[in-house]
Design a protein around this ligand. Structure first.
Ligand SMILES: *Cc1c(COP(=O)(O)O)cnc(C)c1O
Ligand SMILES: [Zn+2]
Length: 459
C-alpha cells in the first residue's frame, strides 16, 4: 500500500438522480435537493443520492488493503481520520478538504455484547450497536458531520449560505446545532412544540441555534422547511439531503470492522423518515461490491405501530402505486413519529435489494417493556431502541432466528435523552403500557434495622 492516507482528491463522488432512467448528476457543492430535470412538486420526486467512483476505489486498493487502512486509522489521532466517519473518508465524502471537515470525533461507538440478555432468550450472538454514545447523544451525528463539513467547504468556496436549517423530531436539531456551533455557522431549527423531550429542546438552545417551537407535528415542520429552503441562502439539512446518509452508512462498515470484518446475519433498525435503514443497507451493499464482505445480512425495519407507513406497505407487498401519507399518532418513540417519510422509496428499493429483509412494528406496551427488559440487562435504552428490541422479541417468538445467528440491534439514541420515558415507566404512568419491570425507590426511615429488614425480605 502506498501511504496510509491515499490522496482523497483521486476519488470522486456526486449527486445522482434516483428516478429510473433519468441519471442527472450534480456536484456535491451544488445547492440541490431534488433533480432539476425530473423533480416536481412532490417532495419524493427526483430525490438524489450520492454515488462514488467505485472503479477508482477498486483500482486504488484491494479489499484487504482497504480493511488495513480503515483499521490503522480507527480511533487514532491523525486529523480527521480518527473519526469513525472520516476514517472512511474515501468511501463517504472524498470531496471535502480536510481543513473544512467539522468533526466532533463521531462514530467508534461500543458494540455491546448483550450476553446475559441474549442467553436469557436463547440467542448466543446478540449485539447492540450503541450509536447513541455520541457527541449529542444520537446517531444523527454520523451524518451531520458530513453535511456541515460540506457547508463549510461551500462557504469557503464563496457560496452565500446564511444558515443551515432543519425540521426535527429532536435529534437532528441537537446534532445540527452542535456541529454548526463548533464550526461558527448559524443554525435554524423547527421543532414540533411539546413533542420533543426536554433534553432534546435544550440542546439546540444551548448551542445557540435559532429554535422555533411550532404548533404542528414533524411532518408540518418539514413542509415549512421545504418552503423556507427555496431561498438558496438557507441550506437544508434534513435527510432528503443525501449527504447525511453517506455518514450514516458508516454504521454498517464500523459494525463489520468491529467483528474483524466478519459478516453478520441480521440488522434491526428503528425506522422513521426511512433514511437510516436505506443508508445502513447501502453500507452493506457497498462493502459487498468492494469485496470487503462476501455475504449480506438481512435487514429488519422496526416501526412504532402508531407511525407505521412502511409496515403497512410491506404487508401489502410494496405495491407500485402513489404513496398516501399517514397522520402519525403520538408515540413514546417521538423521533420516529413520522407519517410521511421522505426517503420511503429509497428504503423500499434497498429492502428489495437485500434478500430476506422484512419490516415489523411494536406497540407502546411492547416498546416500553422491551426497553425496560434490556435495561435490566445493563443497558439504558431510548424508546426507539425499544422499538427495535420489541421487534427482536416478536420475531424471535416466531422462531425467525437460529440460536447462533449474529444479530445486531441498532441503538439510535442515548437513553439519558429521554428521562420522562424512564421515570414514567417505572412510576407506572405511561398510557397504554403495563410495566412488567417497574422498579421504584424504597422509601423508609433512615434507620439501619429497617433497612436490614427490607434487605432480608428482598434479597
Ligand atoms: C432519526 C432517528 C431514527 C430514525 O431514522 P430515520 O432515518 O428517520 O428513519 C431513529 N431513532 C432515533 C433516535 C432518531 O433520532
Ligand atoms: Zn432526475
Amino acid at each position: 500500500m502506498s501511504s496510509s492516507h491515499p490522496a482523497a482528491e483521486r476519488f470522486r463522488a456526486w449527486f445522482e438522480c434516483t428516478t429510473p432512467g433519468c441519471g442527472a448528476r450534480y456536484e456535491l457543492t451544488d445547492i440541490v435537493y431534488h433533480c432539476r430535470r425530473c423533480g416536481g412538486h412532490d417532495k419524493r420526486a427526483g430525490l438524489l443520492e450520492v454515488k462514488h467512483d467505485l472503479a477508482a476505489l477498486k483500482r486504488a486498493h484491494s479489499p484487504q488493503d482497504w480493511k488495513t487502512l480503515f483499521n490503522r486509522r480507527y480511533l487514532r489521532t491523525k486529523w480527521p481520520y480518527g473519526s469513525g466517519v472520516w476514517g472512511k473518508k474515501e468511501w463517504v465524502c472524498p470531496n471535502v478538504d480536510n481543513h473544512n471537515v467539522v468533526s466532533l470525533y463521531e462514530g467508534g461507538t461500543n458494540l455491546f455484547w448483550a450476553e446475559r440478555f441474549g442467553k436469557s432468550l436463547g440467542l448466543n450472538d446478540l449485539w447492540i450497536k450503541l450509536c447513541g454514545n455520541s457527541h449529542t447523544g444520537s446517531f444523527k451525528d454520523l451524518g451531520m458531520t458530513v453535511l456541515v463539513s460540506m457547508v463549510k467547504q461551500m462557504i469557503h468556496e464563496g457560496k452565500p449560505i446564511r444558515a443551515v436549517v432543519c425540521a426535527s423530531t429532536g435529534d437532528t436539531s441537537a446534532s445540527l446545532a452542535a456541529y454548526c456551533a463548533a464550526a461558527g455557522i448559524p443554525a435554524v431549527v423547527l421543532l414540533p412544540k411539546d413533542k420533543v423531550s426536554l433534553p432534546q429542546l435544550i440542546q439546540p438552545l444551548a448551542n445557540g441555534a435559532l429554535t422555533f417551537a411550532l404548533d404542528t407535528d414533524f411532518d408540518g415542520c418539514m413542509s415549512l422547511v421545504n418552503e423556507l429552503c427555496r431561498d438558496e441562502t438557507l441550506y437544508l439539512a434534513n435527510s432528503m439531503n443525501s449527504l447525511r446518509l453517506e455518514g450514516q452508512k458508516t454504521i454498517s462498515i464500523e459494525i463489520v470492522q468491529q467483528f474483524d470484518w466478519e459478516e453478520v446475519d441480521w440488522v434491526i433498525v428503528p425506522v422513521g423518515n426511512c433514511g437510516n435503514i436505506h443508508a445502513i443497507g447501502q453500507g452493506f451493499l457497498m462493502m459487498k461490491e468492494m469485496g470487503v464482505i462476501q455475504r449480506l445480512p438481512r435487514l429488519i425495519g422496526a416501526q412504532a405501530a402508531k407511525a407505521n407507513p412502511l409496515v403497512q406497505l410491506y404487508r401489502r407487498g410494496f405495491p407500485d402505486e402513489p404513496f398516501r401519507p399517514l397522520k402519525a399518532q403520538t408515540t413514546l418513540a417521538n423521533a420516529i413519529q413520522i407519517g410521511d417519510p421522505v426517503n420511503l422509496f429509497k428504503a423500499i428499493r434497498t429492502l428489495q435489494q437485500i434478500p430476506g429483509s422484512l419490516v415489523e412494528e411494536a406497540t407502546e406496551d411492547e416498546l416500553a417493556n422491551a426497553a425496560a427488559l434490556a435495561d435490566r440487562n445493563g443497558l439504558f435504552t431510548c424508546p426507539h431502541t425499544g422499538v427495535a428490541l420489541a421487534v427482536l422479541l416478536k420475531l424471535h417468538a416466531r422462531r425467525l432466528f437460529a440460536p447462533d445467528d449474529r444479530i445486531i440491534v441498532i441503538s439510535t439514541a442515548n437513553g439519558l435523552k429521554f428521562p420522562d420515558f424512564k421515570i414514567q415507566y417505572h412510576a407506572s404512568k405511561l398510557q397504554e403500557v403495563q410495566p412488567r419491570y417497574a422498579n421504584t425507590p424504597i422509601e423508609v426511615a433512615a434507620d439501619l434495622d429497617t433497612i436490614q429488614r427490607e434487605l432480608d425480605k428482598r434479597l
